[in-house]
Design a protein. Structure first.
Length: 94
């Protein structure tokens, strides 16, 4: 029998991170498009989920501020966030 994966966000910290409880990805049954977008279609699915999220802007701010290295946050992949922060792509996909 295969176990179904369910997306769980990192625990809410002491700072104002209550917004995480409203995230569209919270509890999503398939976390791969969000946290492990290895293929373009997975990244597109993660971004689709972000596009309907009521806290997308806050999520993007969180990821950019903390330089979150993995997954899709606030509608941006790790490579897009890197570009926003540095003006260039440092990660190369194979």
């Amino acid at each position: 029998m295969s176990q179904q994966k369910v997306l769980t966000l990192p625990p809410v910290g002491v700072e104002d991170e209550e917004w995480r409880t409203q995230a569209a990805c919270r509890g999503h049954p398939d976390p791969d498009p969000i946290w492990n977008p290895n293929r373009p279609e997975q990244a597109a699915e993660g971004k689709r989920i972000c596009s309907i999220c009521p806290v997308q802007a806050r999520c993007a701010e969180y990821a950019l501020t903390r330089r979150e290295p993995h997954g899709t946050w606030g509608g941006m992949t790790e490579w897009e966030r890197d570009y926003v922060l540095t003006g260039r792509y440092r990660h190369l996909r194979r």
